[in-house]
Write a protein that binds this ligand. Structure first.
Ligand code: CAA
Length: 263
């Protein structure tokens, strides 16, 4: 995709070796999100080269994302592209299909081909919090502020964030965080298991570099296969998981046989 189209969609993409960095790039509106941005993000994620092992998601200008662009909820701007107000009059099925399209990039972030890392500083609100939750890992500044704002706007979180939130903190805490739409600090996000790494904002780059180094130190195929096994583990019985483990190991054995000169 051309840099021009990416800029129009409010994102920038940098590919450096095995690391792709996707930056929400609308700092003047705190990286507020809109459907054109989501479509471009999905296209970028779908077209990544197989050599990409890490996808970093971050925001420009010292903040992650203020969530949905509030202009889309403004009845006076209902003629604008992507207006949610214009969606209100659609049929039930059209609404479901439209949101299904919006969810694409959020779901793609859990693709076993790569490990996605959200670097969260400043605010991650609503769609911003959900975007961070959809990444495999979160590196969060101590003073970051995360909030599932949707219920406060009369909405439910619908951008793939509810499942990873429940998986991270459990049903009761997830309900408390969402129903109150309160802010969770970076420090609390670490205590709750939402963030895997919590550091002072000044140390985010060093923490990211260290994480990327550690996450790419080992065989790409082994890491991809392990990620897929771990993702599916909660959905399977023990016997099903045992079968999945030994089946996945076949490809590893074949690769090792080649490495040992036996095949
Ligand atoms: N949409 C559009 N513009 C936004 C925005 C948003 N979500 N958030 C901030 N902006 C704009 C502001 O209007 C302001 O523009 P001007 O300079 O033209 O006045 C500019 O960004 C800077 O904003 P602030 O001065 O408020 O910046 P701040 O650093 O003091 O505060 C903030 C940052 C806490 C994120 C605050 O801007 C804020 O609360 N924003 C709204 C957050 C929000 O309610 N988002 C919707 C979440 S719900 C959701 O995402 C729904 C969904 O998925 C279904």
């Amino acid at each position: 995709m051309s840099n021009e189209r990416l800029a129009e969609a409010g994102i920038s993409v940098d590919i450096d070796g095995v690391v792709a960095t996707l930056t929400l790039d609308r700092p003047e509106v705190r990286n507020a999100q809109h459907p054109r941005m989501w479509a471009a993000m999905a296209d970028v994620l779908e077209s990544l080269d197989a050599s990409v092992r890490i996808v970093v998601v971050r925001g420009a200008g010292g903040t992650f994302s203020a969530g949905l662009d509030l202009a889309l909820l403004d009845p006076a701007k209902r003629a604008e592209e992507g207006s949610l107000v214009a969606t209100l009059s659609k049929s039930d099925q059209e609404i479901i299909d439209t949101i299904g399209e919006y969810q694409r990039p959020f779901a793609l972030l859990s693709d076993p081909r790569f490990i996605s890392i959200a670097v969260v500083e400043g605010h991650a609100i609503g769609a911003g919090f959900q975007l961070a939750l959809c990444c495999d890992l979160r590196i969060v500044a101590e003073d970051a502020r995360l909030c599932m704002k949707e219920p406060a706007l009369g909405l439910v979180p619908d951008l793939v964030g509810t499942k990873p939130l429940v998986e991270a903190v459990g049903y009761a805490r997830a309900l408390e965080i969402c129903a109150t739409a309160r802010f969770v600090t970076g420090v609390e996000a670490g205590e709750l298991g939402i963030a895997q790494t919590v550091v002072p904002a000044a140390d985010l780059e060093a923490a990211l570099t260290a994480s990327i180094g550690a996450l790419t130190a080992h065989s790409q195929g082994a890491v991809q296969g392990t990620k897929a096994l771990l993702q599916q583990a909660p959905l399977r019985t023990l016997d099903e998981q045992r079968l999945a483990e030994r089946t996945a190991q076949v490809a590893r054995f074949r690769e090792l046989a080649v490495a040992f000169g036996l095949a």
